[in-house]
Structure formats: structure tokens, C-alpha cells
Design a binder for this molecule. Sequence first.
Ligand SMILES: [Zn+2]
Length: 379
Amino acid sequence: MEDVSGWNPRNLCDHCLGRIFARVSTGLTNQQRGQIARAVLSSFSEGGRADGKCILCRDLFDDMERYAEACFQRMNGYQFSTFLVGSTVHSNILENEKVLQERYGDRGESLKKEFDRELGKILSSMTGKEFSNDPDLYIHVDLRYDSISIKARSIYIYGTYRKLVRGIPQTRWIHGSGETVESIIGEPLKVISDSIDYRLHGAGREDVDVRMLGNGREFVIEGVEPKVRNFDLSTLRREINESGKVFVTNLSFTGKDTVERIKKERYSKIYDITAEGSVRIDSEKIRSILSAMDKKVIYQRTPLRVSRTRSDLVRERMVSSPEILWVRGQRFRFRITAEAGLYLKEFVSGDNGRTEPSVSSLYGDRFHVIRMDVARILR
Ligand SMILES: [Zn+2]
């Protein structure tokens, strides 16, 4: 690092000299302030500009057009309406600037701030786009390595989905492949928005083997690093629905806040469940047991099958409006409304006594779920 203790203002460019006085007078650029300061200093015969590059910024500000051109090239190909510029400045410059500002009473603006602002102004006039603190496009200039990186804000699309076939998980495993609700919705979005990836945010999830019917489940699909932000959602909907497995409706562009909202939703749901016992079912008995469960609270300890990923606690959830749909041999199908968070497979099986009461414990047999559908989400 250079020794700056003996710096003379003559060794600074107009920008760096002007920044020292940035708060002295508003309405001027740092360059104009620098010119004035230099003129004043000259009258005491210590002004003028020494030969050689500015000892602080190495004449960075003479290069603004070059930086702007390079940024403009990188922004090309992205659809955006707002942007923001940021930069990283070498720590030596920051240290030297600190010394300089302390010497002059810390009244100045930082080099980084001036650089960001001036570059932003040029880019704004080149692109015709506005600045924003929550921009579509963020451009970062690393002045240490003379490199530029660019980050496009994700796009978020709200909708509801129905899953009409079993065997499709909602989201991808980390190293998994194969079809998921996420991939069926996300792949067409990835293509249409020229994104590098996608993420599905669901208002809850159904198991792999459970269909999601009725009015569908709310979701937000996020396109990561999109190049295209404006496109026809009916085209996207058509392409997703061509899967014949997952159907989406009510698509609309939205923001990240919708992800937070739907993640917090706790809707009750109506389920249609086919269960099987070990012996032929007594039709009257199962009817009376089920109808007695209307508006009953179920105490459910975290099921064994999810206990590795969920904390072990006892939930209290109410079930209501039970209705037998049919009884045949060892099987029966019923409809029931359950509060959010109740695990229905365990409500049927009893989960070795961890869920109480259960269909199994009340009937006195071991029932398990053969097929299950979410018939409707109550929202
Ligand atoms: Zn300078």
C-alpha cells in the first residue's frame, strides 16, 4: 500500500478531490467541485494537477465509458425494466480513501458510491431504463479484477394445480431425476422465460401416491435468472397442461411475497380415502364409527415415517363431515374433512397407537390406506 500520509491534493484527479468536498455544496458533480477546489488551491500556489495518474483512483473515472459499454454488452439479451449498479473496490483504495477523508475531516463521499452512481447514469441513458433498489437486473463491477457479473431477479408465477395421476412427487430430490409436479410446471417455464432453473413453492404438499383434485393446490413457480420476463401465460398454461398429468389454472405474474403468503396458509381439506382391513367389513359398524368422529379431535404424535425430518410432538387436529362412499368386502371408501397438518394415512392405520383415536383403533382391526385423493382444499 502506498504511503498516503504526505499526499498533496495536486496528485488527485478532479473527481477524487471533489469528493472530499461532496457534502459542502450540493447541486454540483464531484468533478465540478474538484475543479473549484483546485482553482482555490492554485491561488495559494499549491494547486494544479501533477503529472501522472490520480494517486487514489488511478484515473478510474476516465474509463467510465469503457465500463458502461462493457456493462451494456452484458445486459444485452435480458428483458428488464429496472436495474441497479454495484461495485467492489480494491481494499487498498478504500484504506487510502479513509486516510484521506480523516485528514480532511471525513466530509466526503466514497469512490465506490460515485462510481456506482456515475456508471448508473450512463447506463440509464444508454438503455432508457430506470434505477431501482429492487431491480429486475443487478450489474456488479468488480474493479479488483475488472470483471462484470449480472444477476436477473427471479420471476414468480402464481397458480393452482391439480395432479390427476399418482406416482408423481411434488418436488425433485436433490440428485433425483424423473417427473415431478415441479418439473412438469417448471420445464415449460424454463424454456419460455429462458431461465437457468426453476423452483416450485407449494401451499403444502400431497404424498407421491395421492392425487390432488377439485379446486387444486396453490403454488408459485419461480424462474431463476430469466432472460425473458414478459410472455403469454395462456401459452405457458397450455404447454403445462399438455402433460395430461398436472393441470394448472389461474396463472398470474406475482412477487416473492406471494411465496411467503402461500407457505403460511393452513387450509382444511376434504379427502377421499379407500382403506382396507384384514377381514370383511361390517357396513353398519363402520358407518356408526365414522359418523361418531364428526368434529372429534385427533391426537397425533409425529408419524414414524416422517419422524426423521419433523420434530416429535403431538398435534391436535379436528376431523369433520365423515361420509361413507361405499363398502365392499375388506375395503371401504369414505370422505372426510381434516384440519391442516393431520396425517390421514395414520388417522386410518393408527400408527401403532401414535394416532388416537384412529379408524383402526375404533373399529378393532388394522386398516391401511389403499388410495387417497385430496378432493378439495377449503379456501
Ligand atoms: Zn481520482
